[in-house]
Ligand binder design. Sequence first.
Ligand code: AKG
Ligand code: FE2
Length: 358
Amino acid sequence: MTLPYCDCTTTTLNRLQITPLQTSHEVSETPSLAETKIARLHLPTALPALTVSSSAFTLTKEEATPDAILELLRKYGVCTIKKLFSDSDIADINKELDPLFEEKKNDPRLFPKETIRVTNTVSKSPIVVNKIMSHPLNLAVAHRALDQANAFWIGDNLNVGSCPAIVSSSIAFQISPNAAYQALHRDDQSDHNIRHPQTYENFSFNSESQIGFSVALTRTTKQNGATRIIPGSHLWDHLQKPNKEDCIYNEMEKGDATFMLASILHSASSNLTKDEVRRILILFMGRGIYRQKENILLNADLEYFKQFSVEQLRRLGFAMSEPYGNMIELQDPLLKLKADYKRTTNYSDICRVIVQKN
Ligand SMILES: O=C(O)CCC(=O)C(=O)O
Ligand SMILES: [Fe+2]
């Protein structure tokens, strides 16, 4: 049974009038952009796109402190760091991904057919966990922008729980010559993350559900399919329509990396070269109270995950989100994977409260 979606809580559908389109539509396994309905809407007042070049949000490795990255993310929604990964790191990562790309190259679900995606790489490629997910800057940005900690009354006590950000998706994308442009989109759709207009000055990371860490595994250029991005679009109303004229191309050298808010409008671009392949891996960290976009836990045997440290398993989504989130038989799931793991809190910290008078 399909429940009518206009009955549930929504802050977007009440701005639309949706009616069926008279067309038959056969659903295949391939993700499809086939139209089935008509939506009528009044477009919101558009904020202008920022006219900047990528140098406005590019840092050297030495300049790339968490504070500097967060500041550029606030302003532009994107921050690129030159030469964050060494040539030998990139060679090692590519070596581990090459056979996975080979396995996928005839996947009938590829869209467009020139773009090979190796999905869920953290469950297949330990180097992605060790070098990309665990990169100190990825962890620092996730900690500052997405980790959560809060206090809640529980009787006479305050209960302080913390919820680390976890990997949401980790997809490697290889675009070959003739691949078409991808449609402009936001990557936080899966979180139903509804955007309200913000200014740079009042922007809060509380509005963000995921942050991507895109690593250039080849160079990326306007010609070979670099990700195109609308800087500043994280500040736009949810239904402000993206225009391709507002995009800039995020050109990277091999080993550069880009942090991008999942609320930034972007897409892969077309590969116009004759013989150049463009390869990147985007690992998204997301708030631990949300679902992971890719199901990591069911995509490999538990034995595979045992090679990782407790801290890495926590970031992969195998731990509790305190208080009381993701429990298994009232226990922390980490105990299933690490026999010697000792919990130091009972779901969260219970505080005796001393009320202070003003
Ligand atoms: O390959 C790219 O540059 C971006 C891909 C992307 O945005 C996506 O598939 O969601
Ligand atoms: Fe995307």
